[in-house]
Design a protein around this ligand. Structure first.
Ligand SMILES: *[C@@H]1O[C@H](CO)[C@@H](O)[C@H](O)[C@H]1NC(C)=O
Ligand SMILES: *[C@@H]1O[C@H](CO)[C@@H](O)[C@H](O)[C@H]1NC(C)=O
Ligand SMILES: *[C@@H]1O[C@H](CO)[C@@H](O)[C@H](O)[C@H]1NC(C)=O
Ligand SMILES: *[C@@H]1O[C@H](CO)[C@@H](O)[C@H](O)[C@H]1NC(C)=O
Ligand SMILES: *[C@@H]1O[C@H](CO)[C@@H](O)[C@H](O)[C@H]1NC(C)=O
Length: 302
């Protein structure tokens, strides 16, 4: 009896439910492994979500209930394999009901429970909105099919202009794949987030989901191939690097200048690469508070 109980506990632990299957929303402690040195970014407040799919934690997001969208998603990079999965969108049941199952779930057919509609974005919010569903944690940065599927959940998504999503931002994601895939020797931790408009002036579907003015991303790869340091072009990219991308053609050029020679489709959706400390400087300026993305700016050696 006692033995069976112990086995049950071990199985629960393996399934990622050790500290209680109800703790996925509201606390990062079950999924601190997705942060460098188990240290979530400091300075932003929101609702932590340990994003669980098929009983395994896949990544972590800081969610804003007011915006009905994430402030950032944090994950460990792995080399992509196979084709991009087809988009099959999910939601987070625990945002609607704290005692619901902690796994992300597919939207059920028919009319949705008002608690789901009130607590998060739903698929019709994005339809006809003139924005695409922009992954913060992209499917492209994961190896296994189930990890890739797990990124298709709306609490990992923000309204992103197509010219950014399928243009300069996608190019950044692909560049990060190449840099980390070629030179990172251990874990690479990535945090991708948003910068809101001043006074949150842009929303989709009335006042349903807040649109970000910029997206940002930063990685931390503490163990990398030091031979890159001799290659002048690459030395600045490791162990850490960052970027900010425009999500609005009409934003000022103070943070990210516009490349006037871009093709029309992508014009005004530029991404500016920059060192981590410069990203943190802009985050401080835009959020009005000090924000630290990685423990000791990713320089703290073990
Ligand atoms: C919340 O979820 C639990 C478990 O699924 C269910 O028993 C309960 O009725 C739900 N509460 C609400 C308000 O929907
Ligand atoms: C989107 O627009 C089309 C055409 O105007 C309309 O038929 C459809 O109901 C709209 N869908 C949503 C979810 O707003
Ligand atoms: C990711 O980067 C690796 C290493 O540079 C490369 O071989 C692979 O083709 C890239 N994958 C994609 C989908 O871009
Ligand atoms: C934001 O709100 C402040 C205070 O109400 C106002 O002074 C400022 O002009 C607003 N900014 C924008 C971009 O609307
Ligand atoms: C580091 O990079 C060099 C040259 O790019 C390569 O020859 C070497 O095998 C790499 N080392 C490791 C451990 O990947």
């Amino acid at each position: 009896m006692l033995c069976g109980h112990a086995v049950g506990l071990v199985l629960l632990a393996l399934a990622g439910c050790w500290s209680g299957c109800m703790a996925d929303v509201g606390d990062f402690s079950p999924c601190l492994n997705f942060f460098y040195r188990s240290w979530p970014p400091k300075g932003l407040s929101g609702t932590p979500i340990c994003q669980r799919y098929e009983n395994q934690y896949r990544f972590a997001s800081l969610y804003s209930r007011q915006r009905r969208s994430p402030l950032f998603s944090a994950y460990i990079f792995s080399q992509p394999e196979g084709k991009r999965p087809s988009a099959d969108w999910k939601f987070e049941p625990q945002l609607a009901n704290a005692t619901a199952d902690g796994n992300m779930a597919f939207f059920p057919p028919g009319e949705l429970d008002p608690d789901i509609v009130n607590s998060q974005a739903i698929e019709p919010d994005y339809i006809n909105s003139s924005y695409t569903r922009g992954h913060l944690n992209p499917s492209l940065h994961h190896q296994t099919h189930t990890d890739r599927l797990s990124t298709f959940t709306l609490p990992n998504v923000v309204p992103q202009k197509a010219g950014s999503n399928s243009g300069p931002w996608m190019k950044l994601e692909s560049e990060v794949n190449h840099t980390l895939g070629s030179y990172c020797l251990g874990e690479a931790y990535i945090v991708t987030g948003i910068i809101p408009y001043e006074n949150d002036t842009h929303w989709i579907k009335g006042h349903r989901v807040a649109v970000p003015e910029y997206l940002w991303s930063a990685y931390c790869c503490p163990k990398y191939n030091e031979s890159v340091l001799t290659e002048a072009k690459l030395s600045e990219f490791l162990p850490t690097y960052a970027a900010i991308g425009r999500n609005d053609r009409t934003s000022t050029e103070d943070i990210v200048p516009i490349d006037k020679s871009s093709p029309k489709k992508f014009w005004g959706y530029d991404v500016r690469r920059m060192p981590l400390d410069m990203l943190e400087m802009y985050l401080k300026q835009q959020f009005g508070t000090v924000i630290n993305v990685f423990y000791e700016q990713c320089s703290g050696l073990q």
